[in-house]
Design a protein around this ligand. Structure first.
Ligand code: WTA
Length: 699
């Protein structure tokens, strides 16, 4: 089995300690939702033996307009959950709390990146002082804001079931935009603000989305991210075609002059509407549309091993029940108990959907959003935020933790982190060094760490410690969530004995699972439900595309992707996407991209590139040199986004291939991993001819 992530961070620390679950009171919780290992085991056992009863109970945590009649209809691999029920996700996160008398409680706390600017529209170069801008919103505020924006969206012609694209900075209006879509029954498709114009247009065309919500810019590390400019470029690509963008809705955030972009969008035939001109005028009355349980809630594009990113489709009832349950159990969310939950993920990724917005707000626990970078103005910004707002649960990615480790122990030590009760990680395997550092320096050897394993496709956590019940081992995501039948199996679907590496599968459906790949149901069936089957019944298992092993305690250790997807700083990236970006440059004949170990990112991007001889000859001075590497790196950043820029580009005369013409990726992975240690990237050509001949029949 090939394994990209195994090439990731190599652990030098051998940490075999087990960290037992601690009493809730010692950490400042009144109680745990699941407080003993036996309670966990009973709950999991029950969920396996009476799944309908179990999920019926979980579904009761959500407010239904019409009760469902049937828990599950399973025609593998098509699942329908909570049939006949109607509900609304925005109502569950906002209106029902107002209705129950909690309208004045805090729903959302936001901190902007710039310091000393309190207008909401800071001008570059103004006189910064030391205080950040902070805004708080109650459930009543959120109700009013989602209702107004919902009405504006309707006035722009958005109807129930239409896909609305959202490309916004991490500001409160982004949460409002997501929930306003849910409110009126529009399907949101959020695109991470780090993506380039090409990625916006591709996703809008695939989703048949004609409406985009964006901002004039967003703040990141003291600079303005040109969101509207990217949207204007995307609009320009699509103008005049059947896929042309119809409505561009703009929030003023950076305050920069964007007249040129606005004019260009209008000239291309789209209408531009400003937030500050339309939303304050709109009515506060906008009902929460009753949605069928299986009506789509959102699309979220994510990378796969082949072709273009796929639109993962989630539906209303199952997703909401699942992400609310997992948020409650994993983070021990309890309303009105002085909790403030901070997940540092961008809303453009699934973690932001489930654990910045839906799972947390549905549980009536306030959610914190920070707009910018962890190193603005200094490297201790996160710790100052925790101290300033008294964050109780903190959820971030291993790559961030490794960065903090590099920045030094003295930074967290300067701040009062005593409000913290629980820590979480997500996105990639965490190396024991990072786990131990997080435990000691952020958790002050007190807070439990929940290492949550899941995917865009699973909607919420599927393997994770429940903090009051499950003892943790650094580097293991421990045991399956109640309701999840996870296993490590071989290609024939047989469960493997302890400590054997195999394929990580889930053997039965769960409410939060994706329902389809937008516009390509075949791809859904092929990618997730065709590789492994139950050897007894022939029923398909859900295949995660991750490799894993279980230890003798049944704990899961995720080894990483077994397909051509890499996790770069916790951002999921298809190697194929980077390859197609590279070959779209006129100099490049062929490219092969693999993951390589990277101290901070976990996995870095390594690209092997062959150049077109004709291009090299066409002008004097053209050569496979460092300057060209820079150009190609910038090209990838422009085509996909800066996070996809290769960490290493290596020129080769030819790529090593099998006789049947397949690129020998395993070999390239080894080269990428090995060479990195020996030399700094040189610009000499790699010659694979010998190795290629030697291993011609491999792979
Ligand atoms: C990886 C992010 C090990 C895994 C929520 C998965 C992890 C991919 C963990 C999904 C973890 C996520 N331990 N690996 N705790 N969490 N992964 O769709 O390879 O962006 O398949 O969802 O991240 O990435 P995605």
């Amino acid at each position: 089995m090939s394994n990209e992530q195994n090439g990731g961070i190599e652990s030098t620390l051998h940490e075999t300690r087990v960290f037992p679950a601690r009493p809730a009171k010692e950490l400042g919780f009144d109680a745990w939702h699941v407080g003993t290992i036996d309670a966990y085991k009973d709950m999991h056992h029950r969920s396996m033996h009476d799944p309908e009863g179990f999920w019926r109970e979980q579904a009761a945590a959500v407010d239904w307009f019409t009760p469902f009649e049937k828990v599950l209809e399973w025609n593998a691999p098509d699942a329908k959950w909570f049939l006949g029920g109607t509900l609304n996700a925005c109502f569950n996160c906002v209106d029902r709390h107002v209705k129950a008398g909690h309208g004045d409680e805090t729903a959302l706390v936001w901190e902007g990146e710039p310091l000393g600017v309190h207008t909401g529209h800071p001008a570059p170069g103004s006189n910064y002082e030391k205080a950040p801008e902070i805004r708080r919103f109650t459930y009543r505020d959120m109700q009013r804001k989602t209702a107004r924006l919902g009405n504006v969206l309707k006035s722009l012609g958005v109807k129930k079931g239409d896909v609305v694209t959202i490309y916004m900075p991490m500001v409160p209006e982004l949460v409002v935009a997501v929930l306003a879509c849910a409110r009126i029954g529009a399907v949101h498709s959020v695109i991470f603000g780090g993506f380039a114009p090409q990625s916006i247009s591709e996703r809008m065309v695939d989703a048949k989305s004609k409406v985009i919500l964006t901002a004039d810019g967003g703040w990141r590390r003291g600079e303005i991210v040109p969101l509207l400019k990217n949207v204007a470029t995307a609009c320009d690509t699509l103008k005049g075609s059947g896929d042309a963008v119809r409505e561009v809705f703009v929030l003023r955030r950076s305050g920069q002059d964007v007249r040129e972009q606005v004019e260009s969008i209008k000239a291309g035939g789209a209408r531009v509407t400003w937030y500050h001109e339309s939303v304050p005028e709109a009515s506060d009355e906008c009902r929460c549309e009753p949605m069928g349980s299986e009506d789509r809630l959102f699309l979220l594009y994510t990378s796969g091993s082949t072709g273009k990113p796929k639109g993962i489709m989630h539906t209303t009832g199952g997703y909401l029940v699942y992400c609310a349950m997992t948020a409650r159990l994993t983070f021990n969310l309890i309303p009105a108990r002085g909790q403030l939950f901070w997940c540092t993920a961008d809303v453009g990724w699934i973690t932001g959907h489930s654990y910045v917005i839906y799972g947390v707000m549905a549980n009536r626990v306030p959610t914190l959003i920070y707009e910018g970078a962890p190193n603005f103005p200094e490297n201790d910004r996160f710790w100052s935020i925790i101290a300033r707002h008294k964050v109780t649960q903190f959820y971030t990615a291993p790559t961030a933790i490794r960065t903090f480790m590099k920045w030094g122990d003295d930074l967290p030590a300067k701040h009062d982190l005593s409000s913290l009760r629980l820590l979480g990680t997500v996105g990639e395997p965490i190396n024991p060094e990072a786990w131990m550092w997080y435990h000691a320096h952020i958790g002050r050897s007190r807070c439990p760490i929940v290492d949550t394993y899941w995917q865009t496709e699973t909607g919420g956590h599927v393997i994770t410690p429940l903090p009051g019940a499950i003892a943790t081992k650094p580097g293991s995501c421990t045991l399956p969530m109640p309701g999840i039948d996870a296993a490590v199996v071989n290609e024939q679907g047989h469960e493997l004995p302890p400590n054997s590496g195999g394929l990580l599968v889930i053997r039965r459906p769960w409410p939060g699972m994706l329902r389809s790949v937008h516009g390509d149901h075949d791809r859904y069936v092929k990618t997730y439900w065709s590789r492994v089957k139950d050897p007894r019944t022939g029923q398909p298992f859900y295949f995660s595309a991750d490799g894993a092993r279980r230890d003798s305690d049944g704990y899961f250790w995720v080894m990483g992707r077994v397909d051509d997807v890499i996790n770069v700083s916790g951002h999921r990236l298809g190697t194929m996407e980077v390859e197609s970006a590279l070959v779209s440059h006129p100099a490049v004949a062929e490219a092969a991209v693999v993951g390589m170990p990277h101290e901070v990112k976990g996995t870095g991007v390594c690209a092997f590139v062959t150049l077109k001889p004709a291009w090299l000859k066409a002008e004097p001075g053209r050569a496979p040199d460092d300057a060209l590497k820079k150009v190609l790196g910038a090209h990838v950043a422009k085509e996909i986004g800066a996070f996809a820029r290769p960490d290493s580009i290596r020129f080769a005369e030819g790529l090593p291939k099998t006789r049947s013409g397949k690129i020998m990726r395993r070999l390239l992975r080894d080269v990428a991993a090995g060479v990195q240690k020996i030399t700094q990237d040189t610009s000499t050509l790699e010659d694979f001819s010998v190795v290629a001949k030697l291993s011609a029949d491999e792979d």
